[in-house]
Write a protein that binds this ligand. Structure first.
Ligand code: TYD
Ligand code: MG
Length: 453
């Protein structure tokens, strides 16, 4: 008997290799290669959308474009994240660490949109357990079918018969298909299950929500391969001990990415936080030193949150720098700018930085608030709680303008802030008659002079 052919996959990036390697040559991760049998390409697998007949190219102008219809999922925030609801025939992956609320959200959707006939497939919980959860969540369960099954062929057969308006599959790691020999949750199973579900969605027009667990490195389902199979990737973030959960769109074929929605985990499931600035509303009444409010933009929506810093004399020889929710290299760069361009000697100080609410910040507009929080802690000088900041800091200490500054100013004004510090080079024609005072600063030294004088 010929030996079954196997390939080695990297569980981190999905890279294939004919032999085992200690380090993945593509993503340079160590000890991530796993063995999986090679599947002979079946005919269905060859045609992406499952149609066997040969198709002809058509002119783009001749493609009929019915007005784009969207399926509302009964949650304003999730709909917004998807770009106005779910596109029929699309496959949406919701990823996140275990226990963060993926099953809760995906059960809440059918319960809150009773007009959708939903097939909820669960491979992780029994029908009874789902029922118990549904009882906590409330809503109308009249149109929701629960199916505890893990064999993909059975699921697809049922789905074809039922023709639901929405299908939820929880989770991709528990599902398996007979066409692949490896165990459920292996790279080749995950790949095949996702590809078959995509094909089902495209052929039938049924929108499918797929749940995927995330590995410690933040890769959805371990292999990153899932990300380019599906149409939309929504990722749950947030610290398990906090009650806030952030759902972020990291890929969307039908809308913008880097949008985010905020939820709060309550006893009755996830509550939408329509105004995410409420997360940051500081827990303290009068200003404390070491905090600064940043007016940031995530996707298309501005919101404000608190940056916290603690600067203390280093107990050991080398100073510690630690940042939660912020790039520690960027923090080091900002500290170097403060040292070199404004003359603050922070090299012998420990600096700890924290973003409120477990947010992960990539918006460069946060730089200014980080610097202010650090200086505020260093001098033990409280920044008035109605001041906020939006500016990027350059290597020469200049404060650079940020994208869509006027929207940040308007949001800060709406939330009752009295002063916003922005770059002197910002174009703010749109907000000439704002009631909030816009303070323009051109460099770090100038900022220190106006703020900490
Ligand atoms: P779950 O949706 O099961 O997480 P996942 O599917 O991502 O693994 O969420 C589980 C957590 O949510 C669990 O720690 C309990 C909490 N929870 C609530 O606080 N309130 C609720 O109403 C529900 C259903 C869950
Ligand atoms: Mg779950």
């Amino acid at each position: 008997m010929p030996k079954a052919k196997t390939l080695w996959y990297c569980t981190s990036c999905g890279n294939e290799s004919p032999k085992w390697m200690g380090q993945c040559p593509a993503c340079k991760e160590w000890n991530t290669m796993v063995e999986a049998p090679v599947q002979p390409a079946t005919k269905a697998a060859k045609s992406a959308f499952g149609r066997d007949e040969r198709r002809k190219p058509v002119k783009l102008t001749e493609v009929s474009s019915s007005a784009e219809e969207r399926v509302s999922l009964g949650s304003a925030e999730v709909d917004r994240l998807l770009g106005g609801g779910m596109v029929p025939g699309s496959l949406v992956l919701i990823g996140g660490e275990p226990g963060i609320g993926k099953s809760t959200l995906s059960l809440q959707i059918p319960l809150h949109s009773p007009s959708l006939r939903t097939l909820y497939v669960t491979g992780e919980e029994s029908e009874k357990q789902v029922k118990m959860r549904a009882a906590r969540l409330g809503g109308d369960a009249g149109n929701c079918l629960i199916y505890a099954e893990t064999l993909l062929e059975n699921i697809l057969a049922e789905a074809e018969e039922i023709k639901p308006d929405l299908m939820v599959v929880d989770s991709v790691q528990t599902m398996y298909t007979e066409t692949v020999e490896s165990a459920a949750g292996s790279v080749s199973q995950i790949k095949e299950v996702a590809a078959r579900l995509l094909r089902f969605a495209k052929e039938s027009g049924v929108p499918v929500i797929l749940i995927g667990h995330i590995t410690k490195d933040g890769f959805i389902a371990g292999p990153k391969i899932l990300e380019h199979i599906v149409d939309v990737v929504l990722q749950f973030e947030g610290e398990n001990r906090g009650s806030y959960r952030i759902l972020r769109s990291i890929k969307n074929r039908f809308g913008s990415t880097s949008e985010l929605a905020v939820f709060e985990m309550t006893g009755q499931g996830l509550r939408e936080v329509a105004n995410p600035s409420e997360m940051l509303i500081p827990m303290h009444e009068q200003g404390l030193s070491g905090t600064a409010i940043c007016a940031m933009l995530d996707g298309t929506r501005p919101f404000l949150f608190e940056v916290q810093a603690l600067v203390s004399t280093a107990a050991y020889g080398t100073a510690q720098r630690s940042a939660t929710g912020f790039d520690v290299r960027r923090l080091n760069m900002l500290l170097a700018v403060l040292e070199k361009r404004a003359g603050f000697h922070l090299s012998a100080k420990d600096v700890f930085l924290n973003m409120a609410g477990g947010l992960k910040i990539t918006d460069p507009a946060c730089d200014l608030a980080v610097i202010c929080a650090v200086l505020s802690s260093n001098f033990d000088f409280a920044i008035p709680s109605d001041f906020c900041f939006a500016g990027e800091v350059g290597l020469s200490g200049e404060i650079r303008p940020v994208a869509q500054a006027e929207r940040r100013v308007i949001e800060a004004q709406r939330l009752g802030f009295k002063k916003i510090f922005v770059s002197a080079y910002s174009n703010l024609d749109a907000v000439r008659d704002a009631t909030i005072k816009v303070v323009k600063v051109s460099d770090v030294a100038g900022l220190v002079k106006t703020l900490f004088k």
